[in-house]
Write a protein of this length. Sequence first.
Lengths: 1011, 479
Amino acid sequence: MKKFKLFITLSLLIVSYLGFAQDVTITGNVSDDNSLALPGATIIVEGTSNGVTSDFDGNYTISASVGDVLVFSFVGFDSKSVTIGNSTKINVQLNSSNELEEVVVTGITSRDRRRLTSSAVVVGAELIEGVALSSPDQALSGRVAGLRVVTTSGTPGAPTDIRIRGEGSISGSNRPLFVIDGVPVNNGSISPLLTDMGILSMINASDIESITVLKDASATAPYGARGSNGVIVITTKTGSAGEVQYNLTTQYGFQNYAIDDRPMLTGEQRLELGAETLINSYGWSKAQSTTYALANFAGAAAWDAGGRVDGNWEELVRVKDAPYQSYDLSASGGSAQENFRLSVGYKSTDGTSIGTNFESVTGTFTYKRKSGRVDITTSNRVSNAIQNGIHEGSSYFGAPQMTRLFMSPFQQPKNPDGSWNINLSTSVFNTPYLAEMNIQRNDGTRALSNTTVTYRITDDIKFSTRYAIDFTLGVSHEYRNPHHGDGAGSNGTSYQNTNRAFTWSSTNTLDYNKTINDVHNISALVQQEFQKNKNTFNSSGGQNVAADGLYYVNSFGTNQSAGGGFSDWKSLSYLGLLNYTYADKYVADFSYKYEGSSRFAAGYRFGNFWSAGLAWNIHKENWLEGSNIVNNLKFRASIGQTGSNSVGLNQYQSLFGYSASYDDNGAIFPSSFGNLLLSWEKQTLYDIGLDFTILDNRITGSVGYYNRQTNDLLQSVPLSTTSGHSSQTQNVGEVENKGIEIELSADVVKWGDFTWNIYSNYATNDNEVTKLAQKADGSDINLDGFYQRTRVGEPLNVWYIRGWAGVNADTGRAMYYKGGATDPSMEIVNSYSAASQMVQGNRMPDYSGGLGTRLTYKGFYLDANLYFQGGNKIFERWNWYTHSSNLLSTRYYQGSQDLLARWQKPGDVTNVPKMEWTTSTASTGSGTTSRFLYDGDYVRLRDVVVGYNLPQKWIEKAGLDAVGLTLRGLNLFTWVKDDNLKVDPEVRNNGSWEIYTPILKSVSVGVNLKF
Amino acid sequence: MKNIYKYLLLFVATALIVSCNEEDLEPTLAQDKDLATGINSAADLASVLNSAYDRMTSSGHWGRNTIIMGDVRTDNAYSNMNSGRFAASNMDHTAQGYGPWATIYGVIAITNIVIGADGASLTGSQAAISHTQGQAYALRALAHFDLLRMYGQHFITGQGGAGSLGVPYVKTYKNPDNLTPARDTVGSNVGDITADITTAISMMSASLDSSPAYMTVAGAYAIGARALLYAGSVDSGLYSTAGTMAKWVIDNSGKTPVSAAGFNASFKTDYASNAIFELSFTGTDNRGINGVAYILRGTSYGDVRILTGDATASSNLDLLDIADAADVRFAANMIGTAQGYPTVLGKYPTMNGSDNITLFRIEEMHLIYAEAMLRGGDAATAKTYLNNIPAIRGLGADYYASATLDNILLERRKEFYFEGMRYDDLLRMGKGMPLIDALKQMNDDKTGSPPAYGDYNTAYPIGTGELNANPNMVENYGY
């Protein structure tokens, strides 16, 4: 019976639509509640795609029929409907909305926030532009509760690494899924050689409309298979109706190391400490020791003879005030039927490490056309980025940042005649020379294309089909000169690699949206998606170049080698979504996804993922409606199951690999142990929260609790290596992440044109491994490493190193805690080998958040944003060289000035042991111990921007629509809790400080013109 | 018009939905093949065994470390820490483990795949299949011998000699019942090595022997000779078998010691006349900066140098002290300087490591036979075979007046310095590591004396990872 009624209603609608086609032309004006013209307001004939937008003075003209309803709408204002009667002139005043009827883009649907059962956080374009130095996702730092962004290196173009709500996987990926305009895309990096370039750095921040971060079950479960680490949905800008508007933004700035507080020994200090090793170890006199050191330590004699001038390596490897600039031009416009946006962008950044820079160009074109019941949208973007990188990430002799820490000041960078000195008497290379001579370049091209055709079968039912392409071409070239450095041994080397990744996806969606009797709203969606990725790579290399000035493999004729390969993956999924809302009060949300992946064996490929969510808009209840105290109050809860397939390709199979050779003959080897039972890593998520807006819309916020239970982990379980394999991937183990998330925003002062807003977010993360793989005897297979361990009952990868007990004031030798794997003993022992590893703290922060403020007055605004995190410990691994009280710091490499505090005589109370003649780090106190483990708590002034939008009357004469000026500072100030931590606390997710270009601070000015 | 859109869309959608099913998710295997169906012929089997040789050439094993660790811990060499490598020369091993444990078991896994293959079901010559499987037995014996001498507890004080812990002798690949094996005793390991050598010899045929870059019948005998001479230190009854095997190689292999004039060239030449078994390295397949030549004299990687001492301060002689002026083995083309340090030049001549590395050469068999004869009471034969080596090196016919263990040890040091044998030679003769120069050796205990015979740290520790994954594994004494 209901169906019959529905059918009748639909039929009548169609008949009525056909019956009253008497065209009239309506004109009028749209204004706001202060009677100011509203340009760009949308006027649509209800139930049709017939619509226009108001012009700059708020005027419009539209063809319609008598009896049609015109709907006037504008962002931030309540819509108004007017039925066309006799008058052909309709002027409308729109009132600014009391409630923010925010539409949230989840990548699959767009939904009114009131109808969501999750806590999606949206970061708008104004917070993304300008902040994103090399990758747009950097702008998320400090903006979203529970999301941490780690900039992996200060080298321009370096990728970022994001964690949402901690880490749930031991061996698999903990990175969120990136979705651009509804399509999951590749993230990661192009890094066939020793430098990384993030793929996201090839998306121009100025083309991004918003970034939505999905964390809850009901939001991430629709991404089923790949949603378990959270989803970052990037929505790009599209055209808008109206006259063509041009937007030009330029930015120019300078960059420096954000933190740089690690002075190294001068030549004199080095000589003094070096001589002291002989005095302490062999009882030599100071004169005898100094003479010996000058005569025997590499470079010391020449340094002495040359007047003791230190090599200024640190200055040479650093670029001070490295400039960066960006120019973005876009044009957009159209009518209600069609619109477009196109943009071009150029960005150029010099790095703060010598020899690095990054340059990118992007072009985009978006076009939308409505034609009857068919909507066609196409969005296309192509970019090319070139990164001149460096060796980094470890103590590579050719890494400039390694030179900074390891180069002896006795070594002179230049010869007396001013040429580079490449006959150094040390292993460390002359990296300023290498920066001049060598090439290390990543050249990436990325194309994204997304075309959707939507057919509105009825006003309630839409069918759409989408075809999307994601293509990445990574070309790398490395040239090492024949004179000095890594290429010297083979008279020059050259490598050229090409990686091609092509992904296409096809998506078919049937969408149903219906409001019945004004109270029942039903949104349902059925979607099928097939995604296929193929990768090919070619690599080549050669040695022995004939002459300088030749850089490519063809000119390196000796020992030429080549490699190549192919891999692919596919996924197929079916999705169903159902959202029911009663009177916008009660919301029920369900999703079900059935997804299969080629990464698993037949029979284990498909997984079921689902979610259920409930929300109650309490403020819609009669007893709260209209309240000025509580404007908005929503209780929400969701539960669901998501998954992860982040396991290497073909890991389920027991395979022979053919990539080896012996004696120029092929060699076949077993490449994987295999596990035919391998299937999805699963995760059950629970969320409960309260969203509110109170005190006359002055304070908005949300409080939530989450619990992520990751189980059937795709864990690389260690095997006894007597099997010939080190591990087998199994679905085993459980990890729990839980915590609270708070977001708050308060308009503290709203006084005429002056507003002052404070916003903040805070999240905790409590991580615990609850189950691991077990041995046959039922005991756990503990994952104990040299630095970290993973055991049941502890967080993932806690620090597991020996305990440092300081320096014995009588002997000057290092002391340790005896330690132990369980119940560590705090007894003091005198040798490294007598001490055992013990748990020393957490690698991951247990709290993080942001705090910001925004002041606006007329055209001025000031926005400042702090990011903070803590509860973790940071390990400074390379201190085992730079803080060694022995020959490594004084003879072979270089030491920190912290060593000046070394023990010298009985009674000295210090944390630095006495200098000794050895290269053993373990015996002189710089072995791996908690001596170099520091508190990771810090607060960073992420972003400060002062802006001014010039008054309209000033710029009108110049024919401009808007002019904005900004002055911006990034990472200008950092407070670090631990005084002994001299390096940047923003370390990679493994918790160790490593040798990368330090994180940057920058100051820039920007100009934005609209015309 | 509208209908056309509608039908077009429906058609596209239906076509896509219908066309996708589980088979579409079958991944492409473009570079790999399924294990169960990967071996079909004699050639396939030989290709699998190639990866055992390939794994032996890794930097962690014979490509560098196994050779260097055989000398850098002794009176022949030390690490000057130029690139921070081989700090382990001070034997400061922690319980994290050390040495090529996993690499060698990787070699063993390959040999077990070959041995476990059903030869009768493969296409190709059955004789060739048998020969390949015989090679696998010999390599399996060599691999276990290498493990035994690095991890076995036989020389550690109080551990029980032949009855002490050896290593797990793994004879199957992916056998579910043997994925976490316990350690066998040293005696049991020696028995298994002997058995594998015997099997190898019986399955192989000299007529099918390829170049010395592959295992041969003579190679199998040579492995047996070296392993059993070593094992004689815990079971003296094995010396005579070692002698018999060495003598078989001398008499039947057709290999001859290289002449004095050809000594230097023999290291540059692949398949020299004295080579019984060598590992192949080429211009495109070499360890480069992670190879032996670089660690001996690379400008940035040259960490391992000849250990020279102050002759007046030490009764222990360094490598240069024992050289006769006329000895070609110490000539300027063999030993020189690099970056100002005395360095070995001739044995690993090409910097990029494209020279083959000889693991077994005929000269060793002469000295094994001499030692076996001496220990068996035949000093006269021993003297003959001992003097064969200095004679062909141009030092005269009767260089040594008598065959003593000290003279044999001395001659082995001169002949095989920097070939990875010195460490085992000292230990199996019951000697600790001699002190040459405390400043260079930088021994960690600060007593100024290097590890003595019987010290716990003369054996590598078993790694924590292995102990965690294998409930039946036992850590070495002292770690």
